[in-house]
Ligand binder design. Structure first.
Ligand code: GLC
Length: 566
């Protein structure tokens, strides 16, 4: 290369804004874009229906970008919108590099991406890594013969005898995790439905093809992935039987410790390599990680100096299913000390909505604000679930024949499935909550008349406006963005309080998790804040303006936030 060209290219490399992923989007303190972003999980079938066929679509999402921006969302995670027979509503992908016609086209995707970019928002996709659809061309080939090109891309084994699967492993969606295929006389493995055969991640060709999928979407502009079901990527190659536990589950199968088909150490190698690809694109990897303890969480961040997931979801936090300050305190402390950047989630498309899980039936709106006051102000990144900001509630089917989610069909009546938490977004009080002019694929609950975007936008005391004010604060208060988490009044079993401390200032968060009024007092001297005065930032009840921290009165389920400085 001539010297002058070499010099130009060195200079370009040194000073280009695109030099390395790290330089692109870190703030002066070294934070990455995803550490200050508010994420919003959106179920495309249920968000907005632009062509009025009862099913949401990408153009629907594009039409609501201004709403999301106005709410304070920085990154949208869209659950699978790829071609799929929809047995598991998109989590059974038959083509990883396209859009299901039901949701639109790649052109619509590009338009949505452009709209998001214009508004300085990012798009994250769902990467269903553990399995494909049984209609994917890889599986169709794999099942065609024992010597097929893609045979080893899935997990095939001989049975133990006539009609006997290779071992006792169970599908998490009920019954055996093996299905017999008469064409080749072998069984294939599926941790989820039989229509979701597990990919064989021990085959390097699978890894290469799947990593290339992420590259393909990065080139189209996506900023990262939520990695579906990563706990289940690998299985014990010796197929040891899982230990059987006492009792039966909701499907009538024996309880089992899934020791040999979940959380195998090999998953970490894959994630570390996938992270390298992500880093080349300034992208974030969010894990659907069902960690049971801090050691598991640490491993997902990357043990022994390795880099793995930037954001393994702390789903343990979501398993605190009651308003219990001691339990939340313990859970927050665990995640906060895990050495990575915490991620907080209170609802998703697999779990009944937080409005119902925490609500007491009388103060649900107030409790929805209380929960927002919690997970939006902790140190870490919150991932909202669509509709949480307006207090959407679960609308579970009441008759088996109405159930759409196969889990509900297999598990009825003990398990009614996940339809209830996937109902259409409630935009206004017109028919079908303004989601569609056609009958929606799932019915909206009657509460849409009061709990909808239009009505709540006009009501200063609505859940929606509460979310907006907390999210506004979150974007501008350095203490909420970057401050450390300091637990306060740790023996209080009714009120959860903490400080987010940053340099000479801090934000105090006080959450009354009880149904009775409470009085609390704070001495922040040990935290370096000698004065007793604080300035209210957000309050759902009485304390406003300048307050005295030696006696604060809180209404039932009251939320109070104040700024304190040195
Ligand atoms: C994850 C998804 C869930 C899906 C399953 C199988 O747990 O969140 O909705 O059914 O993986 O892909």
């Amino acid at each position: 290369m001539p010297r002058s060209i070499l010099l130009v290219s060195i200079l370009f490399t040194l000073f280009s804004p695109f030099t390395t992923a790290q330089q692109k989007s870190t703030d002066p303190e070294g934070h990455q874009w995803w550490q200050h972003a508010v994420f919003y999980e959106l179920y495309p079938r249920s968000f907005a229906d632009s062509n009025n066929n009862g099913i949401g679509d990408l153009n629907g999402i594009t039409s609501k970008l201004d709403y999301l921006k106005g709410l304070g969302v920085d990154a949208i995670w869209i659950t699978p919108c790829f071609p799929s027979p929809q047995v598991d509503f998109g989590y059974d992908v038959s083509d990883y590099e396209n859009i299901d016609p039901m949701y639109g086209t790649l052109g619509d995707f590009d338009q949505m991406m452009g709209g998001a970019k214009q508004r300085d928002m990012r798009i994250i996709l769902d990467f269903v890594m553990n399995h494909s659809s049984d209609q994917h061309k890889w599986f169709l080939d794999s099942k065609s013969s024992k010597t097929a090109q893609y045979r080893d891309w899935y997990v095939w084994r001989d049975g133990k005898g006539a009609n006997q699967p290779p071992n006792n492993w169970l599908s998490t969606f009920g019954h055996a995790a093996w299905t017999f295929d008469p064409t080749t006389g072998q069984w294939y493995y599926h941790f989820f439905y039989a229509e979701q055969p597990d990919l064989n991640w021990r085959n390097p060709a699978v890894e290469k093809a799947m990593f290339d999928v992420t590259r393909w979407w990065y080139d189209r502009g996506v900023s990262g992935f939520r990695l579906d079901a990563v706990d289940t990527l690998f299985e014990d190659p010796g197929l040891k039987n899982n230990p059987v536990l006492p009792g039966t589950n909701q499907y009538g199968d024996p309880n089992m410790d899934s020791k040999y088909n979940t959380k195998l150490p090999e998953v970490h190698g894959v994630l570390q390599r996938l992270r390298k690809v992500a880093d080349e694109h300034d992208a974030v990897l969010i894990g659907e990680t069902w960690t049971k303890n801090i050691a598991e969480l640490k491993n997902y961040y990357g043990a022994h100096g390795s880099q793995e997931l930037q954001m393994p979801m702390d789903l343990m936090f979501m398993t605190v299913d009651k308003l219990s300050p001691p339990e939340f305190r313990q859970q927050i402390a665990t995640v906060d000390s895990a050495g990575g950047w915490p991620v907080f989630v209170i609802s998703n498309h697999d779990k009944p909505r937080s409005y119902n899980r925490y609500g007491d039936g009388r103060h649900n709106d107030q409790i929805a604000k209380l929960m927002a006051g919690l997970y939006l102000t902790l140190r870490g990144t919150p991932i909202m679930y669509y509709g949480e900001e307006i207090g959407m509630e679960n609308n579970d089917p009441t008759r088996k024949e109405d159930v759409k989610d196969p889990i509900g069909k297999i598990g009825w009546p003990k398990d009614k499935g996940r339809d209830g938490e996937r109902t259409p977004m409630q935009w206004n009080e017109s028919e079908n909550a303004g989601f569609s002019q056609a009958t929606p694929w799932l019915p909206v609950p009657p509460s849409y008349k009061t709990h909808n975007v239009e009505a709540e936008s006009k009501d200063p005391n609505s859940i929606l406006n509460f979310y907006k004010s907390v999210l506004t604060l979150r974007h501008k208060e350095p203490a909420l963005l970057e401050g450390e988490y300091v637990a306060l009044n740790q023996n209080d079993s009714n009120v959860l309080s903490y400080l987010r401390r940053y340099k000479n200032e801090a934000v105090l968060v006080v959450l009354n998790m009880s149904s009775s009024p409470q009085k609390v007092s704070f001495n922040l001297k040990p935290q370096g804040f000698g004065g007793r005065k604080a300035t209210t930032l957000v309050s759902t009840g009485a304390p406003t303006g300048e307050v005295n921290l030696s006696e604060l009165s809180l209404e039932p389920f009251g939320v109070y936030m104040a700024k304190v400085s040195k």
